[in-house]
Write a protein of this length. Structure first.
Ligand SMILES: NC(=O)c1ccc[n+]([C@@H]2O[C@H](COP(=O)([O-])OP(=O)(O)OC[C@H]3O[C@@H](n4cnc5c(N)ncnc54)[C@H](OP(=O)(O)O)[C@@H]3O)[C@@H](O)[C@H]2O)c1
Length: 293
């Protein structure tokens, strides 16, 4: 199968490159050098691939900086909503299967049990709202698309785990201080390589429609930070539990965004516990620990 991935240098894009190459699939990808919101440019790119348009396109490009989305809502709308609609249309015209990635931030966080795939979306931030609009447009324009919602992704590049480990290094070097991490948001952390493998399995089995994919278990960001620091040999670095309001962030975050994974599980997608996936990440070539060493 010939895959084309937008946002190919991001966490998921680079994980797809690794997983698909290991599985012997053909991988083509572009990141910022191909503006995903420029459907004409994407069409030209797909048409001039060796062998012509790919079998499928995975849209892993997004504006994922949630606070930047609040500050630049038009940019967020262009990349997170208009771009997927344009890609869905283009894929329909070219006969290319379309896979789109969405987010737990389409939910408002008021639930107290995991959100099933058909739970009502009620986003509270510009990021969540623009991603939800993108999802809705993809569903209307490409009913056969596969839409995978995920949450709290860590992999190669910028992410929460890498950020707290960098801070812990500073505290450990200074021999004093502590980290402050929020303990009032609950979700499911997700290793980008596990997400990439899940997408490959769902595509191989011909699934369409909405799926939730994340690692198993639930956590707060404090739990994730503590597990990462303990594994990285920073068990001595204290982490204060704080509440989200004390950070005065521009974008609201859902306090509870645990995704119900039963549909993906029934489709045969393995989802290991997040603690195991976090250890695998920290021991991988993409680990921020390697870069710090
Ligand atoms: N990260 C998470 O915790 C999380 C949680 C739930 C859902 N998701 C969804 O999962 C998908 C993959 O996320 P990720 O974590 O891999 O994100 P990521 O690491 O931020 O990767 C997205 C990539 O797309 C690029 N990009 C931005 N604007 C573009 C444009 N106009 N044209 C082409 N590329 C562009 C980004 O470049 P820049 O870095 O320069 O912007 C980045 O390289 C996204 O749909 C995201 O909404 C992510």
């Amino acid at each position: 199968m010939r895959w084309f991935v937008t946002g190919s240098e991001g966490q998921l894009g680079s994980a797809l490159r690794q997983r698909l190459s290991a599985a012997g699939e053909s991988f083509f990808g572009k990141d910022l050098e191909l503006d995903v919101a420029d459907a004409g440019a994407v069409r030209r790119e797909l048409e001039r691939l060796p062998g012509g348009p790919p079998d499928l396109l995975v849209n892993a490009a997004a504006l994922t900086h949630v606070d930047r989305c609040e500050a630049e809502p038009e940019l967020a709308r262009r990349i997170n909503a208009e771009a997927p609609a344009g890609l869905a249309r283009l894929c329909g015209e070219l006969g290319v299967r379309f896979v789109h990635i969405s987010t737990d931030y389409v939910f408002d966080g008021e639930a107290r049990a995991p959100y099933p795939v058909d739970a009502e979306a009620r986003p509270t931030s510009v990021y969540g709202e623009t991603k939800w609009q993108g999802e809705r447009d993809v569903r209307a324009l490409a009913p056969d698309a596969l839409i995978v919602r995920t949450s709290w992704v860590f992999g190669r590049g910028r992410n929460f785990v890498a950020a707290v480990l960098a801070q812990a290094d500073q505290v450990a070097r200074a021999g004093k201080g502590q980290l402050r991490v929020v303990d009032d948001q609950r979700g499911r952390p997700t290793y980008a390589l596990d997400l990439a493998e899940a997408i490959r399995l769902l595509v191989d089995a011909g699934h369409t429609g909405v799926f939730h994919v994340a690692n198993d278990g639930e956590a707060t960001w404090w739990d994730v930070a503590r597990a990462a620091l303990d594994h990285a040999g920073h068990a001595e670095v204290p982490i204060e539990r704080i509440g989200t309001p004390s950070l005065s962030l521009p974008a609201p975050r859902p306090s509870y965004s645990v995704l119900d994974l039963s549909k993906a599980r029934e489709a045969g997608v393995p989802m290991r516990p997040w603690q195991q996936a976090l250890r695998a990440y920290l021991e991988s070539a993409d680990s921020p620990l390697d870069r710090a060493a």
